[in-house]
Structure formats: structure tokens, C-alpha cells
Design a protein around this ligand. Sequence first.
Ligand SMILES: Nc1nc2c([nH]c(=O)n2[C@@H]2O[C@H](COP(=O)(O)OP(=O)(O)OP(=O)(O)O)[C@@H](O)[C@H]2O)c(=O)[nH]1
Length: 132
Amino acid sequence: MKEIEVVAAIIFDGEHVLCVQRAPSKYAYTSLKYEFPGGKVEANETQKEALEREIKEELSMSIIVGSEYLTVRHSYPDFTILMHSYLCIATDRSLVLHEHVDAKWLEIEEFKQLDWAAADVPIVDKLMEEKA
Ligand SMILES: Nc1nc2c([nH]c(=O)n2[C@@H]2O[C@H](COP(=O)(O)OP(=O)(O)OP(=O)(O)O)[C@@H](O)[C@H]2O)c(=O)[nH]1
């Protein structure tokens, strides 16, 4: 099955983390799900460069990329993703939604309110456990 390498940014502003909702798409299992912003790593860029580029493209935001948090391999019915998540800091809360349909700054305790993409659940669970 096709495997794609993806980076995702867990962007903190104080106690709040940015959660974004994907637009409707052909795959029901990712359509309208919440995720951490990011995207595919292109050839010739590092994971950190890919994150900075994606966050600018998708949200017109700049971030400070910190340490890697958790890598998840998840198989959806049509493809597998290898997703590297990074702890990041927002330099400013302002953003523009170029691709997503919603953005919420939530405290980690509030994460369970959202319908997350399946690949994100281990990241959400780890953040919630460490907060508990
Ligand atoms: N960015 C991101 N993608 C995720 C997460 N969880 C998850 O399952 N994915 C999946 O990973 C894939 C990433 O692709 P993407 O569409 O965000 O990447 P991209 O912007 O480079 O793609 P494109 O330019 O082809 O649209 C999608 O299938 C998406 O559904 C997540 O937390 N963040």
C-alpha cells in the first residue's frame, strides 16, 4: 500500500493548542476530521522545513519548531501515513484558514470534544495522559 510521510505541528500558545478541521474530501475517514496542521514532506527538505512551509501555506502562521513528540504509522483503507509530530510554539495567534474549515485553540483537557483523524488519536491520548 502507498505510504506517505507527513509532519504535524502541535502548536502551543500558553495552555492552548491549535486544532484544525479538514475540509470535506473524497475519503470519508479524513473528511471534516480534526488534526494537527502540517502535510507531506517533500524531497530535499527536512521535517522541520516541511513543517514551517506547510504552516505558512495552510495558515499564514509562523511557528517555532521544538522537539519531536511522537511518530505514528497508521493505515487508512487507501493509504498508510507515517506521521511525525513536533511540539511547536506559536509566535502569534493570528491565522488565515487557506485549506481548513475550522480552527480551535483548546486546552488539552478539551481535546475529547473533537472528532479526530484516526492517526491522531495516539498523539491526543499521549498529550492527555501527560497532562493528567
Ligand atoms: N497534516 C496532517 N495530516 C494528517 C493528520 N492526520 C492524518 O491522518 N493526516 C493525513 O495525512 C495526509 C496529509 O496530507 P495533507 O493533505 O495534509 O498534505 P499536503 O498538504 O502536503 O497535501 P496536498 O498538497 O497533496 O494537499 C492526509 O491524508 C491527512 O488526512 C494530521 O494530524 N495532520
